[in-house]
Design a protein around this ligand. Structure first.
Ligand code: F6R
Length: 349
């Protein structure tokens, strides 16, 4: 039941702060010393392999970054349909990230390795959950819109919690830093809600302005890159516009050729400073129209971000970009909840 919401996607975008709150309430306080892993019946891994597709792959990228930055844990993200890129290595924990738990490529990839498997999924009775040795459930409730929204933010929250627990378990992440990061995480639901309120109007205006554009470039740096990719995927799958999403430093190696007068270039930024500012200057020098998603003082699409960028990056930007993609879809007259050619669960390899 979508209640008074115009579509399920709108409803599910709205549900994100509450979903993140529920999940955090179950996870915070269990990270110190790797407690969460113990609760899941898992030992401390020497390395981690994350396997996923699409949006879930972007949540996996965020998780991998937190593992690397906070825990110095060797980590690799494997696109489930390309499993050859990961060879078996002893001491690996495989973390399968899939909201539906039915993605055939993910299930098939798991057959290749003998590792213990932890599933991060919204479907505790799915094929993946049954196959896994342990399950970290998202508890988001059903997601009906084909485009993943609330399950994405929840996957990021669950992945970050897992990463912090692993990092704390190895002793690399100090108790004081963990306590600080837990506090920042605790404020996330509030920031997601504030972002939704702040970005809704500007997202609608921007969608109106850009509805006629054939394509949109998305850039970011560092921890923002998975969110640039996710914003691009959301726009592409819902509006059928071409997108290009790259780290800003890659622009000069090719994608900058796409830019001409007025080309929309979405910049996902905790703070559009340093090398990202150079990227913006490179784009605007070619006439591109920079659309900054970040703190209100710099942004076209304003978010509510913590004062210092956390290792999981500007997660709040995901909501602003979901709102933008949905608004553009409505303007173009496309079906928001059921984009063409796509299925909610991709059960074929
Ligand atoms: C995008 C989207 C897809 C899925 C992908 C994996 O909005 O929904 O890219 O993320 O098909 O699906 P799950 O997470 O069910 O494995």
């Amino acid at each position: 039941d979508r209640g008074s919401a115009p579509d399920f996607t709108a409803k599910e975008i709205d549900e994100q702060p509450a979903a993140a709150r529920r999940l955090l309430d179950g996870l915070l306080g269990r990270l110190q010393g790797g407690q969460l892993l113990e609760d899941l019946g898992l030992g401390a891994p020497a390395r981690i392999r994350l396997v996923a597709c699409g949006t879930s792959g972007h949540a996996a990228e965020v998780t991998a970054r937190v593992l690397a930055v906070e825990g110095a844990i060797p980590t690799r993200v494997v696109t489930a349909s390309e499993p050859d890129l990961a060879v078996p290595e002893p001491g690996t924990l495989t973390v399968a990230v899939s909201q539906s738990g039915e993605t055939a490529d993910v299930l098939a990839a798991l057959d290749r390795w003998g590792d213990p498997v932890l599933a991060i999924t919204n479907a505790p009775r799915s094929s993946l959950a049954r196959r896994a040795d342990a399950v970290l459930g998202l508890g988001c409730g059903p997601e009906v819109g084909v485009a993943a929204t609330k399950t994405f933010t929840a996957q990021v929250v669950a992945g970050v919690a897992l990463a912090l627990a692993v990092a704390s378990g190895t002793g690399r992440l100090s108790a004081a830093r963990l306590a600080h990061l837990e506090e920042v995480l605790d404020g996330l639901p509030m920031r997601l809600a504030t972002t939704a309120a702040r970005a809704a109007g500007p997202a609608a205006d921007l969608a109106e302005e850009l509805a006629g554009e054939p394509g949109v470039v998305f850039v970011s740096r560092g921890a923002g890159v998975p969110y640039a990719r996710e914003g691009a995927l959301k726009l592409e799958e819902l509006t059928y516009r071409w997108v290009e999403a790259v780290p800003a430093g890659e622009l000069k190696h090719g994608p900058i050729a796409l830019l001409g007068p007025g080309t929309p270039a979405v910049v996902v930024a905790a703070k559009p400073r340093g090398r990202l500012a150079v990227g913006i200057a490179e784009m605007t020098a070619r006439g591109a129209r920079a659309v900054v998603v970040g703190p209100p003082e710099d942004a076209t699409l304003p978010t509510c971000a913590p004062s210092e960028e956390p290792p999981w990056g500007p997660l709040e930007a995901a909501i602003a970009l979901q709102l933008f993609a949905r608004e553009m879809t409505v303007r173009l007259g496309h079906e928001v909840d059921r984009p063409r050619n796509l299925a909610k669960s991709v059960t074929v390899e």
